[in-house]
Design a protein around this ligand. Structure first.
Ligand code: SF4
Length: 457
């Protein structure tokens, strides 16, 4: 068990309250401060944050061997909609319209579908994007149809061997689940993402899994998340064999092409690596093969940007770029066409699609690096404001226990995760009270420990 998480104030979050006119400035400053704001940096240049997680429940219908939730998650109450609306307003005031809001948990599908519909509508009303982050077990087609109708933009399915789904002994066998999930989304207009935790027991399967995902034209975004020693999961330290470089090599082996993960950055290079490919008929070609040209185009897009709300409007900026610098636009177009033509016979076998590939390197809870936390591009909306996901993972119970003030039409009320509904005063039960943690409501490490103690007594 970890009891060494830093205090709430020991690591400065990147989600400082926005007070100026340039919403990208705080993240840009964080990245500049640690030497990560080079010519290929997209964060703080084109957007103020990559995404913000809105945790709509701490409950989950799985108990993964690697899980960022806390052992106490199952004894929390779900935040009322008024709390979630207040957090959405905070996200909007920090980062403006255009930001991607991840409806996550726990598994968000454990909430009533009506609640999720309401949240999707509110996110749309605020001009932000919504993404449902789910293990897919309860995300039936009927469920997804309702959310798509309510304005859901993206669905991200988490499927891998850490989930210990019964009847599946390998990532290859789990492809049956992945195929079924893709079928559920057909024709709904949702952008489909897949998340995979990379850990010791599936690392050897990474190339074949990457190839499977490469060959799914319906999948727009693939994220590989490296094992991290954080949260309640039973597995802890990452094996030495799993590094950013070894994961890149395994993915490139699967995609059967160099992918140029060093051309464009999304935040700190120790946290995130990004590649973009075009695919067709079982082949993939990297789009970012010309580093200098990519950086020139990025600089020109930045100059052409006239957006006032913090998120660059890429279409508008491209139109302006074509008008102001037609030669550069032509060079970029010719480059892109050349890359597509390299798909060769694949062009005869299937549609051309673009796919983003992401490697995410969460930090261990007891080894947070201050510069990475201060330039974090993935935030969580908490009672204490937006916070770096790694910091939040290290401090979950403290944030869940914090009384959050909600101002309503009849005056203020308070909520924390130890109570089911808003209360008239801030004097709320302490979520970390051991009496609230009976064995049957624990998951992860604490349950394993209690079981061992019980068996020994
Ligand atoms: S969540 Fe952690 S690993 Fe990801 S960008 Fe933020 S600090 Fe880096």
């Amino acid at each position: 068990m970890k009891d060494t998480a830093p205090s709430l104030t020991s690591v400065k979050p990147a989600g400082r309250k926005f007070t100026g006119t340039d919403r990208r400035a705080p993240l840009r400053g964080g990245l500049q401060g640690c030497g990560e704001y080079g010519a290929g940096q997209t964060a703080g240049r084109f957007y103020p944050i990559a995404c913000v997680a809105l945790e709509v429940t701490q409950r989950c219908n799985l108990d993964c061997t690697l899980c960022y939730l806390s052992d106490r998650a199952e004894m929390t109450y779900d935040p009322p909609l008024s709390v979630l609306f207040a957090r959405l307003a905070t996200i909007h005031s920090h980062y403006g319209p255009g930001v991607s809001v991840q409806l996550t948990g726990g598994d968000p599908t454990l909430r009533k579908v009506e609640d999720l519909e309401t949240l999707c509508r509110e996110i749309k009303r605020l001009g932000m994007r919504s993404c449902l982050m789910t293990n897919g077990i309860r995300a039936s087609r009927a469920f997804l149809i309702r959310l798509a109708a309510a304005g859901l933009d993206d669905v991200a399915f988490h499927v891998d061997m850490t989930q210990e789904r019964k009847g599946f002994a390998s990532e290859a066998e789990l492809n049956t689940v992945r195929r079924a999930y893709i079928r559920r989304t057909r024709g709904l207009g949702l952008r489909v993402l897949f998340n995979t935790t990379v850990f010791g027991d599936n690392f050897d399967e990474l190339p074949s899994l990457a190839r499977f995902l490469r060959d799914r034209p319906e999948v727009a975004f693939v994220s590989f998340q490296m094992q991290a020693d954080t949260g309640r999961g039973l597995l802890r330290e990452r094996p030495d064999a799993i590094t950013q470089d070894s994961v890149i090599r395994a993915i490139e082996a699967g995609y059967e092409t160099p992918m140029h993960f060093d051309t464009a950055s999304v935040g700190h290079s120790k946290c995130n690596r990004y590649a973009s490919v075009v695919t067709a008929g079982g082949r993939a070609v990297s789009v970012l093969s010309a580093k200098q040209l990519t950086h020139k185009v990025m600089a020109a897009l930045e100059q052409a940007d006239e957006s006032a709300d913090g998120h660059i409007d890429i279409r508008d900026s491209v139109r302006r770029l074509v008008r102001r610098n037609p030669l550069l636009a032509l060079r970029a177009g010719v480059h892109l066409l050349g890359r597509v033509l390299r798909l060769g016979s694949g062009l005869l076998r299937g549609p051309v699609r673009r796919q983003s590939v992401f490697i995410h390197n969460f930090m261990a809870a007891d080894a947070l690096e201050e510069d990475r936390c201060a330039s974090c591009v993935f935030m969580v909306a908490t009672a204490n404001g937006p916070l770096s996901m790694c910091v939040h993972n290290a401090q979950r119970d403290q944030h869940l226990a914090t009384p959050e003030r909600i101002d309503g039409p009849t005056g203020p009320s308070w909520w924390n995760a130890a109570v089911p509904r808003l209360s008239g005063g801030p004097d709320l039960p302490d979520l970390n009270d051991p009496a609230l943690a009976p064995l049957k409501r624990l998951k992860g490490q604490m349950r394993a420990l209690r079981r061992t103690q019980k068996d020994a007594s």
